[in-house]
Design a protein around this ligand. Sequence first.
Ligand SMILES: Nc1ncnc2c1ncn2[C@@H]1O[C@H](COP(=O)(O)OP(=O)(O)OP(=O)(O)O)[C@@H](O)[C@H]1O
Ligand SMILES: [Mg+2]
Length: 231
Amino acid sequence: MVRVVDLSKSYRTEASEPIHACDGVDFKMSRGEIVAVTGPSGSGKSTLLHLVGALDTPDAGTIEVAGERITGLKGRRLAEYRRRVGFVFQRFHLLPTLTATDNVIAPLLPYKVGFDKRAKARQLLDAVGLADRADSLPSKLSGGQQQRVAIARALINDPMLVLADEPTGNLDSQTGNDIIELLFGVRDRLGASLMIATHDPSLAARCDRVVRIRDGRIVEDTVSPAAGPVG
Ligand SMILES: Nc1ncnc2c1ncn2[C@@H]1O[C@H](COP(=O)(O)OP(=O)(O)OP(=O)(O)O)[C@@H](O)[C@H]1O
Ligand SMILES: [Mg+2]
């Protein structure tokens, strides 16, 4: 499903040596697999997710998703790829002037689809426990509620790949659990693959595999003992 070969990305800052946020990463992931990406703050988890989601471009290396090479995609092909990926940002990135419902619909706004966008957005907000806040602006929502809107938004496209950056970072354990169920449900419902960057050991333990990175490199890649068969 995902194949990453020798992927590198450095950031140049004025003060210091370049930061190798992603440093020669090789990584494969099957369809329907759920992989936790763990590692200390600054190790490159978000960078890796952004590269796989084609939100950022690598300096070197290639990424293939569902047989398509996505490094180097441009214009309409790039937009099409992004539309098949659900991205949950570490810092939500909700549009401040749109209601929760409209934020959830936002990725579909430019497109004609064969279903009622608004009804589906309501359904997803219901699933994340925000049915009663569908008309609220982000500024009126708590951090955890904004995060749940961001998760609903990532699922509106029925994505084949979900990239979730600290999806439970701002949630209490009960809400966090509900969100995990919802995210994992995308695998059961759509056969989607998930990459989840997380500091939460209990979330990592529930994934099929745990990939640990440090200084932009994969230092450990373990199949969870509890993981079911991967198909
Ligand atoms: N746009 C940028 N410009 C400069 N440096 C950056 C940029 N984005 C990330 N970095 C640096 O790249 C390294 C990896 O950052 P990244 O955000 O991927 O880490 P992370 O593992 O997601 O951390 P956290 O757990 O805190 O979210 C860090 O040293 C960070 O400071
Ligand atoms: Mg991060």
